[in-house]
Design a protein around this ligand. Structure first.
Ligand code: NAD
Ligand code: UDP
Ligand code: UDP
Length: 338
């Protein structure tokens, strides 16, 4: 196995691993797995802005170099093409573990969630780094409790078509707690609810990216099932703020990070029509199996312990991704050019 070793100057090194209070004012060395992806690249932007040294590990399965190209000439930034299913040697203070095939069309990879998370936990243990897992609201499955509180254990079909993702993340949470309780790894767990924004994969099948791309291409918006199922949509900058607060805070979690504003898919289609094209048609398609009927986070815990809550509503956030999508779909930005 090819192992990559990185040496850093002693100034940054957090010997002993326990991150003392106030260290957030010190420059940190931070690993972001999956950092070339949608959420990861926005997180990297914030960490670079704060003055930290950032290493991104990504195999570009769904991520893109384009998402990070603006950091390529900076000495504090490093990008490594690597699959987290394989072990790796690095020296950092914190690990944000995001690497994961995260969308319906790429779901078929349980291995990344299990072996990738195990490797990153092994790494965290060896170097005494703090480890943050980006889990998902999918751990609640098709929830029988509404809204979902962190204490709810969920309702997941272990052999269903989407179980590789749900159960993969549930296993990743279990591994994280095993390493935390048994091996003293400083752990943080975020349960992320549906998130959208610029740099989302255009054709990965998620509902917001589908509707926005369809409206821009003058195609009908494809509503699955009767469109009455609900989701709660969070703008990416709110999520990144929550992830950083969680990492810097004193609480393991899990914490729900999501926007409690709940919409049916028909309501979402309406907001997309209002934002992009009032004449966009709606086309109904058969729904996929095991589709959760509703989902909405209870974020009381994050509010109380992290002092966090989302700031950007769907109607404010959606327009912020449109020019990015337009540019990537048509190769130019009509809005920017006027
Ligand atoms: P994304 O697909 O844009 O990013 C995932 C990144 O991980 C990509 O850059 C991909 O290339 C990389 N990756 C995948 N497998 C890898 C592997 N084996 N080794 C190295 N890199 C690998 O997805 P995202 O929306 O940015 O999701 C980031 C994280 O947040 C994921 O863990 C996802 O499960 C979680 N999450 C996201 C949402 C959401 O709505 N966006 C909701 C819940 C949870
Ligand atoms: N690992 C890694 N980098 C490290 C340390 C460990 O990739 O710096 C991997 C290691 O190869 C193993 C996994 O993390 O596959 C779990 O490591 P751990 O030491 O916890 O378990 P063990 O190797 O004892 O089974
Ligand atoms: N959905 C839809 N049209 C699409 C894509 C998805 O109506 O083009 C629905 C899907 O059936 C689900 C909801 O939108 O009920 C959210 O799907 P997504 O895959 O974005 O997120 P998740 O199901 O993982 O929450």
């Amino acid at each position: 196995i090819a192992l990559q070793v990185n040496h850093f100057d002693g100034e940054h090194y957090n010997a002993g691993g326990k991150i003392p209070l106030g260290l957030k004012n010190k420059k940190l060395r931070i690993l972001v797995t999956g950092g070339a992806g949608f959420v990861g690249s926005h997180l990297v932007d914030r960490l670079m802005e704060r003055g930290d040294s950032v290493i991104v590990v990504d195999n570009f399965f769904t991520g893109r170099k384009d998402n990070l190209v603006h950091h390529f000439n900076k000495p504090r930034f490093e990008l490594i093409r690597h699959d987290v299913v394989e072990p790796i040697l690095l020296e950092v203070d914190q690990i944000y573990h995001l690497a994961c095939p995260a969308s319906p069309v790429h779901y078929n990879d349980h291995k990344t969630n299990v072996m990738g998370t195990l490797n990153m936990l092994g790494l965290a243990k060896r170097i005494n780094a703090r480890f943050l897992l980006t889990s998902t609201s999918e751990v609640y499955g098709d929830p029988l409790q509404h809204p979902q509180v962190e204490t709810y254990w969920g309702n997941v079909n272990p052999i269903g078509v989407r179980s590789c993702y749900d159960e993969g993340k549930r296993t990743a949470e279990t591994l994280t707690m095993d390493y935390h309780r048994g091996l003293n790894v400083e752990a943080r767990i975020a349960r992320i609810f549906n998130t959208y924004g610029p740099r989302m994969c255009i054709d990965d099948g998620r509902v917001v990216s589908n509707f926005v791309a369809q409206a821009l291409r003058k195609e009908p918006l494809t509503v699955y099932g009767d469109g009455k199922q609900t989701r709660s949509f969070q703008y990416v900058s709110d999520l990144v703020e929550g992830l950083m607060r969680l990492m810097e805070g004193d609480h393991v979690g899990p914490f729900n990070l999501g926007n409690p504003g709940e919409f049916t898919m028909l309501e979402l289609a309406k907001v997309v029509q209002e934002t992009i094209d009032p004449n966009a048609k709606i086309e109904f398609r058969p729904n996929t199996a095991d589709d959760p009927h509703k989902r909405k986070p209870d974020i009381s815990k994050a509010k109380q312990l992290l002092g966090w809550e989302p700031k950007v509503s769907l109607r404010e956030g959606l327009p912020l991704m449109v020019s990015d999508f337009r540019q990537r779909i048509f190769g130019d930005d009509k809005e920017a050019k006027g």
